[in-house]
Design a protein around this ligand. Structure first.
Ligand code: NIG
Ligand code: FE
Length: 392
């Protein structure tokens, strides 16, 4: 029999399941949670908690599900501080900056790429992230993209083929030729190592027809679609994502009413990436507009060295509350259960019996403090698959 642990005296437990408590987050007060092996076995009032092999006193601290960060680009080398500095003196962000990271990534060894990825995964974990998606997209040759995916797949459960990040430098004047590569030999090399296929549908990257070709080719090889859509400009990305039944349309910064209506009518999650607008000094997406229309919203870091170099889900929650019209409950839901929906996962993002025991404790009485106390390192403990993997 697997070992059991009971965490008692949780001041506020955000289950993420409205059937377990009030509000969208299903918050229980004076709660306890029992872990049995890798799973949550029980949640309820501390007074009714069953005995377990190990007991832990949360001393009134808040507990919430581990964050599900459904969008990052962590197989990379190099640094783009100069580019960030230039933006902060007024230069706009452009998709072309990706090629700077491509050059550095191609020059790096497997061990260097793996060490950088591991460092950022650990950094995210200490801030409460227990499920993390990451993408290729800084190699842009069949060999380099497959290498990135292999390195990611040995470490992470959610891996995305993003050969269509931007046309490789060798194809700068032949984007159609590059799409043939991405949908042909590169896909052959990459499909075995990924669960998802993604494309940057944007001015300066790939247009609607090219994005459709990339996604449908990926789907034909058994990959599931997700899309970088409507980040820098209005465009066809969001509606294409909905039409193809993509799990998620990511960024969603520039949306027409028709885009919002399409998201509301479809099954595609709108994943908002506030770190990106923060780091590119751009206007934030309007989460309120999406939520009021009935769209499922996820929050994610987009952690990458160009447009959003943060691994912090607490930071994204705080910015989403302050700048994007979300309540703290909505933002925490989007950073946990919303991220799980964007990855079509049922086992993570909520703390209910049967869920994976991915639990975060805060040095605060409630999850609201993630927005109320921005920038403060509140995460004290993280369990992943029932094992305490971080304790401060
Ligand atoms: O999600 N939008 C495209 N890709 C990344 C940026 C990558 C980069 O600038 O290196 C993003 O923001
Ligand atoms: Fe991205």
């Amino acid at each position: 029999m697997a070992a059991t642990t009971v965490i008692r005296n949780i001041g506020s437990l955000a289950t993420g399941d409205p059937q377990l408590g009030p509000g969208p987050l299903g918050v229980l007060r004076d709660a306890a949670l029992v872990i049995d092996g890798e799973r949550v076995a029980w949640v309820g009032p501390t007074g009714l908690a069953p005995a377990a092999d190990t007991a832990l006193d949360a001393e009134g601290r808040a507990a919430l599900p581990g964050f599900v960060d459904s969008h990052s680009h962590l197989v990379f080398a190099g640094d783009r501080t100069e580019e960030f500095n230039a933006r902060m003196s007024g230069r706009p962000y452009s998709a072309g900056g990706i090629r700077t990271t491509v050059a550095a990534t191609r020059a790096a060894s497997d061990a260097e790429l793996a060490a950088t990825l591991d460092r950022h995964v650990r950094e995210a974990l200490r801030q409460g992230t227990t499920t993390l998606e990451t993408k290729s997209g800084y190699g842009l040759t069949p060999e380099e993209e497959a290498r990135a995916l292999r390195i990611a797949a040995t470490r992470l459960e959610e891996v995305t083929y993003l050969g269509a990040h931007v046309a490789a430098p060798e194809y700068a004047d032949d984007v159609a030729g590059y799409v043939d590569l991405v949908t042909g030999p590169m896909l052959d090399a990459c499909a075995p190592h990924a669960r998802w296929v993604d494309v940057f549908c944007e001015r300066g990257a790939f247009d609607g027809d090219q994005a459709r070709a990339v996604l449908t080719a990926g789907v034909a090889r058994g990959l599931l679609p997700r899309v970088h859509a409507n980040q820098l400009t209005y465009g066809p990305g969001v509606q294409l994502a909905v039409e193809l039944g993509a799990a998620s349309a990511d960024h969603c910064t520039h949306l027409t009413d028709a885009d919002v209506a399409a998201l509301a009518a479809g099954s595609t999650v709108a994943t908002l990436l506030p770190g990106c607008e923060f780091s590119t000094r751009a206007d934030y997406p309007d989460a309120r507009r999406l939520l009021d229309a009935g769209v499922t919203v996820a929050l994610s870091t987009d952690c990458n060295p160009g447009s959003s170099f943060t691994s912090s889900m607490p930071f994204c929650v705080a910015v989403a509350v302050r700048e994007m019209g979300m309540t703290p409950d909505e933002a925490v839901w989007s950073a946990t259960a919303g991220g799980a929906a964007a990855l079509r996962r049922e086992d993570v993002g909520r703390l209910r019996p049967g869920a994976r025991a991915d639990v975060v404790l805060l040095d605060a009485p409630s999850h609201v403090h993630l927005a109320y106390r921005p920038g403060v390192p509140l995460v004290t403990d993280v369990w992943r698959r029932g094992e305490r993997v971080w304790h401060r």
